[in-house]
Design a protein around this ligand. Structure first.
Ligand code: ASP
Length: 587
């Protein structure tokens, strides 16, 4: 066996090689037995080639081929020939087949728990348990080829721009990024723990103090959160930090990076990207990551209801709450469909949705709107710009809450009504976020990004007096309604950093205890600096046309944070617990 050289991959041979010898190695993808002719599709990561075992050509070999089963690993030596009638246009190697002259079975395979093909109906749990088989599916192999190309493109772009790739620790001290830490108990210091990094935030800033100026890393981050389809406990970020940036040069650097990445799939990113103010994003789209692929906007109807004759909406508007709505063009829902939409709104935490239906045969409205009087209904229709055949939807409540709910309703209607066109790539920056938000549960101000984000210079003095109005030098990169990255200019002065910690409710001792090393570092000459982190998997997912992060991570966890293949997390021995000081010896 050692003497056989594989001459071609299973995706390489075309009509040009007809008549040439070839040695292929790969997995049996399919075997079709036509009596004296046996066809075997051999698969490797580059493609599939049809191999023919012909009894007239070599009876003994044709007989041996009867033993081949799916997923056996084989080597075949043979001659390439142009296919007769049945060329396969769907296959790169569809013009040819290889007539087998020698066959080696390199390893046999048990019957696999599911068939290895793109269109599988095997459950995801089963596929994750046998992830090594799942990964053989051509679509997944293409996805990982793309992921590799993307990381290579990122590395070469960052290198060209003068960045150094620097690794930062995995066993570290926790950084407050807002999620729960994964902790690792220390064997040498019982009762003390390392934290797995939620991101390398403090280290990359410290590298700026060290004078590295331009840092990047394709880095694993860990967050112990309740998982959703678009989250994984460990994921990869393209992490970047720069010293002495201006906003325009920094944005154009990142735009160049995403252009290089999306260019791999022929997607052109218009540069410079546009920028949308956070307030506009919330007011018009009810989201800080607006999907701008369809033109339905939220509108403010509070004033109209304030002037209404009566109605619950009037009372709400008068008590300082907000009434927001949108026009759903060409949407004429039946009572059942309206009830259904109302149920959706309740399910996401809203009180319900009111409506005005502008039908051919007249205007109809839900009772809360009707009660406000005809003049109000007319005023809403006029302001909204709704036309015959449209439906206006309205909600009332506390401003931010209503904006969130209307934003969700806008997306839900888009999904139901198929408003989102294929093939659009709407990428832009969202800027001017608020620095802080009030956490009612904790009864204190918390950072929207992280506590190292710089406030706008003109807002610094509001930190103590009006924290809700302090805007941040923060930015998110949004694509088709998904946040693909976020970052900020950092605080580079220890006095401002101390004021922020105080505002967040840390005592001086707590701040010293948690980030003392970092605050001290800032005192030794810190350049102005800023950075960003882009979610690698989200980019791969979008470009690969996959719908789940699990499809772009080689060994992902389930929604319950389990690795089905290796069975982790799992119990450890008493001895290990003892060493870590996590259990006491039973005497
Ligand atoms: N560390 C931040 C994050 O993971 C990104 C940044 O501010 O650079 O979201």
């Amino acid at each position: 066996m050692e003497n056989i050289n594989r001459t071609h991959s299973c995706g390489a041979l075309t009509g040009k090689e007809a008549g040439n010898p070839a040695v292929l190695m790969g997995w049996v993808s399919r075997r079709r037995d036509h009596g004296h002719l046996i066809f075997v599709d051999v698969r490797d990561r580059e493609g599939i080639t049809q191999v023919v075992f012909d009894a007239e050509h070599n009876a003994e070999l044709q007989h041996a081929a009867k033993d081949l089963r799916s997923e056996f690993v084989i080597a075949v030596r043979g001659t390439v020939r142009a296919r007769g009638g049945a060329k396969n246009p769907n296959l790169r190697t569809g013009e040819i087949e290889v007539v087998a002259e020698q066959l080696w079975i390199l390893s046999e395979a048990k019957t696999t728990p599911f068939v290895i093909e793109d269109d599988t109906n095997a459950s995801e749990d089963l596929r994750l348990k046998y992830r090594y088989l799942d990964l053989r599916r051509p679509k997944l192999q293409e996805t990982f080829r793309l992921r590799h190309k993307i990381t290579m493109a990122i590395r070469s772009y960052m290198d060209e721009q003068g960045f150094w790739e620097v690794e930062t620790p995995i066993l570290t001290k926790s950084t407050p990024e807002g999620a729960r830490d994964y902790l690792v108990p220390s064997r040498l210091y019982h009762g003390s723990f390392y934290a797995l990094p939620q991101s390398p935030q403090l280290f990359k800033q410290i590298l700026m103090v060290s004078g590295f100026e331009k840092y990047f890393q394709i880095v694993r981050c860990f967050r112990d959160e309740d998982l959703r389809a678009d989250r994984q406990p460990e994921f990869t970020q393209v992490d970047i930090e720069v010293s002495f940036p201006t906003r325009d040069t920094f944005f154009s650097l990142i735009e160049g990076l995403v252009a290089a990445v999306y260019g791999l799939k022929g997607i052109e990113i218009p540069r410079p990207l546009s920028r949308m103010n956070w307030d506009e994003a919330m007011q018009r789209y009810g989201s800080d990551k607006p999907d701008t692929r369809f033109e339905v906007f939220l509108q403010d109807f509070t004033d109209i209801f304030k002037a209404a004759d009566a109605s619950v909406f009037r009372e709400l508007a008068e008590s300082g709450q907000s009434v927001r709505g949108l026009v759903a063009p060409n949407v004429s829902y039946s009572r059942k469909q309206l009830d259904d939409l109302n149920a959706y709104v309740k399910q996401i935490g809203g009180a319900g949705v009111a409506w005005i239906k502008i039908a051919e045969d007249g205007i109809n409205a839900s009772p809360v709107v009707k009660n406000a009087g005809q003049a109000t209904v007319d005023a809403v229709i006029q302001k909204s710009g709704a036309r015959k055949g449209d439906n206006v939807f309205l909600m009332a409540g506390q401003r931010d809450n209503v904006l969130d709910l209307m934003g969700a309703l806008r997306l839900e209607l888009a999904r139901r009504e198929k408003w989102i066109p294929e093939g659009k790539w709407n990428m832009f920056w969202v800027v001017d976020f608020p620095l802080l938000e009030f956490d009612a549960n904790e009864n204190r101000w918390v950072s929207r990004h992280h506590p190292f984000t710089a406030p706008m210079d003109e807002d610094v003095d509001l930190i103590e007096t009006d924290p809700g109005r302090v805007r941040a030098k923060a930015y998110d990169l949004v694509l088709n309604g998904t946040e693909i990255g976020g970052g900020s200019v950092r605080i580079h002065r220890s006095d401002v950093q101390a004021r922020i910690f105080k505002r967040l409710g840390f005592t001086e001792e707590e701040a010293r205890e948690k980030f003392g090393f970092f605050l001290e570092a800032l005192e030794y000459g810190t350049p102005p600096h800023g950075g960003i982190a882009l979610g690698l998997e989200r980019m791969v997912m979008i470009l690969a046309g996959q719908s789940s992060l699990r499809d772009v991570i080689a060994f992902p966890k389930t929604a319950r944070a389990m690795d089905m293949m290796s069975g982790s997390p799992s119990a450890v021995t008493d001895q290990q617990l003892l060493e870590l000081g996590l259990s006491k010896r039973k005497d």
